[in-house]
Design a protein around this ligand. Structure first.
Ligand code: NDP
Length: 256
C-alpha cells in the first residue's frame, strides 16, 4: 500500500462544480482517485467534467439536488453501479447559506438549510455505509465550518447545521470504526468561492474580518482540498473523529 497515493481508490464528492468541491475533485484526482461528483446545474457539471477529462482525470458526474431524499438515493445507486458496490472516500461538501438575521428567518429558510447542509450529509452517509464498508478501507470527510466550532453574531442556523455535523463526525468515528471507516471534518474559515463572492466584494467586511485572522488574509479552495486529500490517504490511517479548523488561525485568536 502506497502511503501518499490514492491510485485505484474510488471517491464521491458532492458539489464538485465550484469552489471548495471543485478543488477537492482536482486534488483527489491528481493523486490518482477515480471520482464521481454531482451538482444541481447540468451545464456547469458538463463543463467541469470536460475540463477534468482534458487533464486526464477520471471523473464522472450526476445531476443531483442533495437536499432531496429520492435524489440522494438515486445518486448512491449510480455510485454503487459505477464502482461495483465499493467506495473508499465520501466527501460531503455540498452546502450553502441563507444570510438573514434570525428574526427574519422563515420556516422555508430553516428547512432548506437543514436539509441541504445537515440532513443530506447524514443520509448520504447512511446510504454510503455499505459501500464504504465493502471497500475494506473507508474514509468520510465532511466540509463543516468554523461557524460550527465558535460563534459569530450572524448565521445561526448555518452554524447549527455545521455544529451538528461536527458531532456526527465524532459519533460515526466511534460507531463505524469496526467497519474500518474513518470519519473526520474540515472546518474552513473564510475561503474565496462563488458562495461568498458578494460578501467578499465588501471591502470593509473583508478588512474587518481579516484583521482578526492571524494570517491576515482570506483562504483559497486549494488550501482546503490539500488537507481533505491528506485525510483520505493511507498516511492518515490513525486519524478519526477529528474536526480540523483550516482558517488562518481565527479560531485560536483570543485577542482580536
Ligand atoms: P459554492 O457555492 O462556491 O459551491 C457549492 C457547490 O455545491 C457547487 O458545486 C454547487 O453547485 C453545489 N451545490 C450546492 N447546493 C447543492 C445541492 N443542494 N445539491 C447538489 N449540489 C449542490 O460553495 P463553497 O465551495 O464555498 O462551499 C462548499 C462547502 O464549504 C459548503 O458546505 C460550505 O458550507 C463550506 N464552507 C465554505 C466556506 C467559505 O468561506 N466558502 C467556509 C466554511 C465552510 P450547484 O449550485 O450547481 O448545485
Amino acid at each position: 500500500e502506497k502511503r501518499w497515493s490514492l491510485i485505484g481508490m474510488t471517491a464521491l464528492v458532492t458539489g464538485g462544480t465550484k469552489g471548495i468541491g471543485h478543488a477537492i475533485v482536482g486534488e483527489l484526482a491528481g493523486l490518482g482517485a477515480i471520482i464521481h461528483t454531482c451538482s444541481r446545474n447540468e451545464t456547469e457539471l458538463n463543463q467541469a467534467l470536460n475540463q477534468w477529462s482534458q487533464l486526464g482525470f477520471q471523473v464522472t458526474g450526476s445531476v443531483c439536488d442533495v437536499s432531496v431524499r429520492g435524489q440522494r438515493e438515486k445518486l448512491m445507486e449510480d455510485v454503487s453501479s459505477l464502482f461495483q458496490g465499493k467506495l473508499n472516500i465520501f466527501v460531503s461538501n455540498a452546502g450553502t447559506n441563507v444570510i438573514k438575521p434570525t428574526v427574519e428567518f422563515t420556516a422555508e429558510d430553516f428547512s432548506f438549510l437543514m436539509s441541504t447542509n445537515f440532513e443530506s450529509s447524514y443520509h448520504l452517509c447512511q446510504l454510503a455505509h455499505p459501500l464504504l464498508k465493502a471497500s475494506g478501507n473507508g474514509s468520510i470527510v465532511f466540509i463543516s465550518s468554523v461557524a460550527g466550532v465558535t460563534a459569530f453574531d450572524a448565521g445561526t442556523v448555518y452554524a447549527a447545521t455545521k455544529g451538528a455535523i461536527n458531532q456526527v463526525t465524532k459519533n460515526f468515528a466511534c460507531e463505524w470504526a469496526k467497519d474500518n471507516i474513518r470519519t473526520n471534518s474540515i472546518a474552513p474559515g473564510l475561503i474565496r468561492t462563488p458562495l461568498n463572492e458578494e460578501a467578499l466584494k465588501d471591502e470593509e467586511f473583508v478588512k474587518s474580518f481579516t484583521s482578526r485572522i492571524p494570517l491576515r488574509r482570506v483562504g483559497n479552495p486549494k488550501e482546503i482540498s490539500s488537507i481533505v486529500a491528506y485525510l483520505c490517504l493511507p498516511a492518515a490511517s490513525y486519524v478519526t473523529g477529528q474536526i480540523i479548523c483550516v482558517d488562518g488561525g481565527i479560531t485560536v485568536n483570543g485577542f482580536y
